[in-house]
Ligand binder design. Structure first.
Ligand SMILES: Nc1ncnc2c1ncn2[C@@H]1O[C@H](COP(=O)(O)OP(=O)(O)OP(=O)(O)O)[C@@H](O)[C@H]1O
Length: 412
């Protein structure tokens, strides 16, 4: 069961929203609806699920509907149509008291502008939610103290928000949200007001915290770098619609449209793209140790390739063999290819990033083997060409040729 499930969620602002909803269902555009009714379609037919413990980021330009969507998730804004399930409960139909209970138990929110009470101390700000719930003083103080330590604010308990830096104020905001131990944390541009250095530091700290807490986090940002750093998955919004949902790598390698592609262009792919998306999959043609020079030659001729990976019968990667040396082995009358396997070669794991593979860029055209770290079985091959393209974004005519040869590799 997903932690959150959003079904056909639509949010329209304006008086004539029922008319606007009809027009939307008839397929009218946002602009046409605005003109006819004066209503703004802020979110249009959003539908997705978020798993327990997932860090889910919603990203999009200003006005794309991110905040509106987030605020529907705890009914801070009433959706115009659609359903929202938390666990198995449809919260769109909950009565106010049940909604209040669910909010207290399940959901907390962290805002961009911190939303702290200026005349209360850090401790009292953090304990505020518990105070509203009627939690006894000793209990709420103890709980507040423990989350204050969790976010690294010990020693600042008696200060007032104005005495703290922006980063520290946001830690108070985060501590306050965590104080009632919610299952779901909604974070609306929580780090956008912070200066870049503090922002990166807060991102790291949030990731560390998440390792310990395993909350379900829905985090809004207009910054793709932040989305990529934080998100297990990212939903990209444009004009009220969710236009793509995927892991950071999926978004970068296969942007669904021009809009997503325009964000992706600016990202440093090297730190995100991994060996698994670059490799030619399903172990490419490989020679078996038992093939011997003759069998290896046949495979090389059949593929037109002069370098092939060598594997054991159960596909454990051994190294690479070169056409020239196989020919020499044949002339010598070798019975196996054992003597000509180059074992000192670049090996990556599926989650090795391009950045980490930079040292593997050689002057000659040696491929990189991708193996399963658990058992050293060959998973695929990355050609130097694709590595170079990924690194420099450029490719020469000679590299292009190699690439087309490599792409002809077939499954054994
Ligand atoms: N209370 C409101 N009344 C009318 N229209 C609104 C209201 N709140 C938001 N909108 C409109 O709904 C659309 C989506 O706004 P929303 O604030 O959700 O976008 P956003 O992606 O979160 O943008 P930002 O990053 O600037 O907060 C915009 O066109 C906005 O003008």
């Amino acid at each position: 069961m997903p932690k959150l499930k959003i079904e056909d969620l639509t949010l329209i602002f304006g008086r004539e929203r029922n008319t606007a909803l009809h027009l939307l269902q008839e397929g009218k555009s946002k602009a046409a609806i605005l003109e006819a009714t004066g209503c703004t379609v802020a979110v249009k037919n959003a539908a997705f699920e978020i798993e327990k413990g997932e860090f889910f980021v919603i990203m999009g330009l200003s006005g794309s509907g991110k905040s509106s969507l987030l605020r529907c998730l705890n009914r801070l804004i009433e959706p115009t149509a659609g359903n929202i399930f938390i666990n198995d409960t449809n919260i769109t139909t909950l009565h106010p008291e049940d909604l209040q209970k669910m909010r207290r138990k399940e959901i907390s929110m962290v805002f961009q502008k911190f939303g702290l009470l200026p005349h209360r101390t850090v401790l009292d700000n953090v304990a505020f939610g518990l105070e509203l719930q009627g939690t006894p003083v000793a209990e709420r103080t103890a709980k507040a103290q423990s989350v204050i330590e969790l976010v690294g604010l010990q020693g600042y308990e008696q200060m007032q928000p104005a005495d703290l830096s922006g980063g520290m104020q946001q830690r108070v905001g985060l501590a306050r949200a965590l104080a009632n131990d919610p299952e779901v944390l909604l974070m609306d541009e929580a780090f956008s007001a912070l200066d870049p250095l503090i922002r990166t530091q807060m991102q790291d700290e949030l990731l560390d915290l998440q390792e310990k807490m395993h909350k379900t986090i829905v985090f809004i940002t207009h910054d793709l770098d932040e989305a990529i750093r934080l998100g297990d998955r990212i939903a990209i919004m444009k004009d009220g619609e969710v236009v793509q949902i995927g892991t950071p790598e999926e978004i970068l390698t296969a942007p669904a449209n021009e809009y997503v592609a325009s964000f992706v262009e600016k990202v440093d792919r090297k730190t995100i793209i991994t060996a698994s998306s670059l490799m030619i999959e399903k172990p490419t043609v490989a020679v078996f140790r038992k093939d011997g020079p003759e069998g290896s030659l046949r495979k090389m001729r059949a593929t037109g390739l002069d370098i092939l990976p060598a594997v054991t019968v159960d596909k454990h990667f051994l190294g690479f063999v070169y056409l020239k040396e196989i020919l020499e082995a044949k002339q010598r009358g070798d019975k196996t290819i054992e003597a000509v396997i180059h074992r000192d070669v670049a090996v990556a794991h599926p989650d090795t990033t391009v950045d980490q593979m930079l040292p593997f860029i050689a002057e000659n055209d040696k491929p990189v083997a991708v193996v399963n770290p658990a058992n050293n079985k060959l998973l695929g091959i990355i050609s130097q060409t694709s590595l170079i393209i990924e690194t420099t974004g450029r490719i020469t005519a000679a590299q292009q040729e190699t690439l087309s040869v490599n792409s002809q590799m077939e499954v054994i």
